[in-house]
Design a protein around this ligand. Structure first.
Ligand code: MLT
Length: 323
């Protein structure tokens, strides 16, 4: 009898042990945003994290690990344990452009597992109010007339705002002097204060300052206007046809993270993206939800690799030097 009872409790503890070993999460999850607080990456992630914790049943800590165009924050994720408790936010800049600019010490595709595609938005060309231009052609003329290159705020070499600046230079036949920040949140503060001349910024970051009239917008880098900023013309309408750029974003985890944990993180993000209140908050910033058929981890992986194939030749041709 005693042997049977003992065997039962041994089996029970093994089951419970396994059950506890398989339960995820059992403590707070950290989502690393590789840019400073108050910027567009940070804003989007905090909105999503607030809803993701409901599905996951654990606190989500958003940590801003900044520097080097976001590559320091991505490296923090790459070198974290593959247990699902460290998740990385990133976008076209950090998970594509950085690979063409920096000697990263990690591989953007092979050292990370894709989790889910997140919202995207076009870029918007904005200037300080002191610039005497009321249209994109007038802005281009002003930029070309400056004795020294105008200053353009970015979130560092390889950031989305930097890649967009390079594309603006090429499309407009202009030269800019880049001023790097740890994110476009602080860059925008300096634009409002008149300390720098322009930013090619994520619309979601500049939209409220444009609405308030503290900066001036010239065009969005898309073929159609954004409903929430319908008074801003497209680059096609404003005189730079074909200068289109969409900054997409996503979540990744370290390579080797168990598939069932990736699935749980993906499901929590999809729940957040499908939540009407979350969608309203994000869409009010001019953000566009990812297509419903592109929400699998595999879809993000395929998209990232296609974007690498598209952008690396362009960025390498720009011969960007990072000190
Ligand atoms: C970028 O320029 O890469 C981002 O907008 C930076 C940020 O999110 O702060």
């Amino acid at each position: 009898m005693r042997r049977t009872v003992l065997a039962f409790f041994v089996a029970l503890s093994a089951f419970c042990g396994n059950a506890f070993a398989d339960k995820f999460p059992t403590h707070p999850i950290t989502i690393v945003v590789p840019f400073s607080a108050g910027g567009p990456s940070d804003a989007m992630m905090r909105i999503l994290a607030e809803r993701m914790k409901t599905t996951l049943g654990e606190t989500i800590l958003v940590e801003n690990t900044t520097g080097a165009g976001g590559s320091i924050g991505v490296g923090r994720v790459v070198h974290s344990p593959p247990d699902g408790y460290t998740v990385g936010f990133g976008h076209l800049g950090t998970h594509v452009a950085n690979g063409a600019i920096y000697k990263l010490g990690y591989d953007l595709v092979n050292d990370l597992e894709p989790v889910v595609l997140l919202p995207s938005n076009p870029m918007v060309i904005v200037s300080k109010n002191a610039v005497p231009a009321k249209s994109l052609p007038e802005l281009l003329a002003w930029l070309k007339s400056q004795p020294q290159p105008a200053t353009a705020g970015t979130a560092g070499a390889g950031s989305g705002s930097h890649v967009a600046g390079l594309a603006f230079e090429a499309a407009g036949g202009i030269t800019l002097q880049y001023v790097p920040y740890r994110g476009t949140g602080p860059a925008l503060n300096d634009l409002v204060a008149g300390q720098i001349d322009v930013i090619v910024d994520q619309l979601s970051n500049s939209i409220n300052q444009v609405r308030a009239g503290t900066i001036r917008a010239y065009a969005v880098t898309d073929s159609k206007r954004v409903e929430q900023a319908a008074d801003i013309p497209t680059t096609d309408e404003a005189g730079l046809p074909g200068f289109h750029m969409t900054l997409w974003s996503g979540l990744w985890v370290p390579k080797g993270t168990p598939r069932d944990i990736v699935t749980q993180l993906n499901a929590a993000a999809v729940d957040a993206l499908n939540d009407p209140a979350v969608r309203k908050q994000l869409e009010n910033l001019g953000l566009q939800m990812p297509p419903a058929d592109k929400l699998t981890p595999q879809a993000l992986g395929a998209w990232q690799q296609a974007e690498i194939a598209k952008w690396w030749p362009i960025i390498k041709a720009a011969n960007v030097k990072v000190d």
